[in-house]
Ligand binder design. Sequence first.
Ligand code: 3PG
Length: 306
Amino acid sequence: MKKVLVATEKPFAKIAADNIKAIFDKAGYTCIFLEKYTDHQQFVDAAKDVDAVIIRSDKANQAVIENAEQLKIIVRAGAGYDNVDLAAATAKNIVVMNTPGQNSNAVAELAFGMMVYQARNQFNGSSGTELKDKTIGIHAYGNVGRNVARIAKGFGMTVKAFDPFVDAEAIRKDGVEVVDSVEALYSSCDYLSLHIPANDKTKKSINYALLSQMPANATLVNTARKEVIDEDDLKKILAERKGFSYVSDIAPDNAAELKESFALQCFFTPKKMGAQTAEANINAGIAAAEQIIAFLEKGDTTFKVN
Ligand code: 3PG
């Protein structure tokens, strides 16, 4: 009997976990859950004898992969797979997949929740500003970026995007202005929503040179990854510009320091919660379960990323 481990330090909504289990029950698989674990070794141990693993932001690192004796596939139920050691997986012929698009509306909605919160001075009762008639720049026009564009139009915002990997015509069809450089995007937008992945090219790429081109009262919105921000440069900008704001679903390493010095200029969710909705959990969880079965039964490698 094939065995699947769902390793989620931050668990799926119960309804999503129930759906995942039902799919594996029907396929005749054993499905075990390791939730809210406190020590990474628990994940390493639990993965030892399983055929497949479903994770969220859980670290499928070398220790997990090397210790896993039967592992054939890892599915990251979500978009970003920077938490998976792709080289280690590939070396052991383990397929890695993500579930693109399945949680993107949830992430996009949270971006607007944080924007409104910040525009209204963190709901402190003082007079704030509106999103209507402001310009939002979308840095990387993937699944989340597209949802941000859709919602931004509902708010009455002008929407611009930069993404050299997406066909400009396809972006324009969404009623979004395409700009041809990051500088052009940052210098012309009141809000900047980040949707780039964290990799060797993007880490610390959101730096002083770029942020200082933004309008004085701009807000940077990060529902992507903290690693893409140069945190020293962010601190510098917050100190120099009292109108500049940073709202993020992934607290920076210097969060406590930033909160202490720039309380009204920044906001961080206590735990990454962009994808923390029942709907996103159900969509991503079911997709992950179905992708595992399709791969193990039919060799289907759609959504393979390694
Ligand atoms: C993703 O990459 O899909 C999002 O960052 C969500 O991550 P999470 O599943 O850990 O909430």
